[in-house]
Design a protein around this ligand. Structure first.
Ligand code: UDP
Length: 405
């Protein structure tokens, strides 16, 4: 991946913003940060780290990114953690706790923790700290998921590990659990990199080439969801929305684009369910990285879409939404998690609660191109002001200064 310097962002965010970042960075120059998560590919956290780590290095930080090593046994357990912490009524057995702790212990021995600040992402590696002898470094747990409706059995198990950290980072104020209020807490919504393969400007001919490659017509309306195949992303609900839209606008095509994340064992099962529900409809295109869909393809699909939908039932933040808004594509999305921070109802897209409402708004945007354009323009502006990587880097530097200086 190409490395960018801060100067490359001047044209997008302005000189003053860059100068502020440079000033903060000069105060922490040479400090080292270790990021730890559970996958190098697929999903929002990998996307964030892939972009943030190289940029933080260019401003003088010594940053490393380490990924937990574990077997499918561990990821089956941690996917249950993920689901339960987002509200599913699942059982937590002693055997599951043992698997979780055992892989955390193994990784605590294996990974390299030499840094001034250790940033541990999400529940999978949260117990690493328990198995380390602490030095002078500071430990931060960065939670990317929506804990509002966390299953109490899972939260009670995880909480003691979380309480050991020096700082906690959440994407939204509402995700901070009552019993964590006395901790050092930072709010830091995620971000996208406007210069990455996924988000950089691309030409019309590149877009057409991609559409042709996957046999999607550029002449007919395109409705797209970019998301892992996962129950919370509700791909089956997206097909229901599409079918209602299709009654009104028969030419509509649906793109369901989803990468298969290495730490998500449910991907295949939900991909299969989605293919079955699509039932051979030639206008439904179900595409994954297995068909060669990478960052550039996602970029092209988000740009070519008439409307992007995000039908999530729970959503930590929803980087796919940010990416679509940045490209000036209007978004119809559910009122959940971090989505309302991005989709301002009637301004950058529409917030909906039901399949019927989603279909109605998608249909409206397809029928009124000027409306889509207005929403798209506002969406791009909203992302520019709030959700770009430069703001995120500034937040990181501030955390560093607050915890270490
Ligand atoms: N993504 C991708 N290819 C796909 C599907 C998703 O690159 O086929 C990316 C998407 O562009 C976004 C990330 O995966 O950058 C998903 O992040 P989000 O916050 O929306 O959801 P998460 O997967 O973290 O729950």
């Amino acid at each position: 991946m190409a490395t960018f310097s801060l100067d490359d962002y001047k044209a997008i965010v302005g000189e003053q913003e860059i100068a502020e970042i440079e000033k903060l960075a000069s105060w922490v120059k040479g400090a080292s940060i270790v990021h730890i998560n559970s996958t190098r590919f697929g999903g929002g956290v990998a996307e964030l780290l892939k972009n943030m780590v190289p940029l933080a290095r260019t401003v003088g930080l010594n940053v490393s990114w380490q990924v937990m090593e574990a077997s499918s046994e561990f990821f089956n357990v941690t996917k249950k953690f993920h689901n339960a912490l987002q509200g599913m009524p699942l059982k937590l057995t002693e055997a599951m706790k043992k698997v979780y702790l055992e892989y955390n212990r193994l990784n605590a021995e294996k990974l390299d923790f030499k840094g001034d600040l250790i940033m541990v992402h999400d529940p999978q590696p949260a117990a690493l700290l328990r198995f380390r002898n602490r030095g002078p470094e500071k430990w931060v747990w960065r939670c990317h998921i929506d804990l509002t409706k966390a299953n109490p059995v899972y939260w009670d198990f995880l909480k003691p590990f979380v309480l050991e950290y020096d700082g906690l980072v959440f994407s939204l104020q509402s995700y901070i659990k009552e019993d964590l209020r006395n901790k050092h807490i930072f709010l830091m919504p995620p971000s996208i990199n406007p210069l990455s393969e996924k988000n950089k400007p691309i030409s019309e001919s590149q877009i057409l080439k991609m559409l042709e490659k996957y046999e999607v017509s550029p002449e007919k309306p395109i409705l797209t969801q970019v998301a892992r195949f996962d129950p919370w992303k509700d791909p089956l609900g997206v097909i229901d929305v599409y079918r209602l839209v299709k009654r009104e606008i028969p030419q509509t095509q649906l793109l369901l684009v989803g990468s298969m994340a290495a730490d998500d064992p449910e991907g295949d099962e939900w991909l299969k369910k989605t293919v079955e529900k699509a039932g051979g409809d030639k206008d439904i295109h179900i595409l994954t990285d297995r068909e060669g869909v990478g960052d550039l393809e996602v970029n092209a699909f988000q740009r070519a879409s008439t409307v992007v939908i995000q039908k999530s039932l729970r959503e930590g933040f929803g980087l796919s939404v940010t990416e679509a808004l940045w490209k000036g594509t209007p978004v119809v999305a559910t009122r959940t998690g971090g989505i309302p921070l991005q989709v301002l109802d009637g301004v950058t897209g529409f917030l909906v609660d039901t399949v019927e409402a989603a279909a109605e708004k998608v249909t409206l945007i397809i029928k009124r191109p000027y409306l889509g354009r207005m929403l798209g323009t506002n969406g791009r502006d909203h992302v520019r002001r709030n959700f770009l990587i430069t703001r995120h880097l500034k937040d990181y530097l501030k955390i560093h200064l607050e915890l270490i200086e």
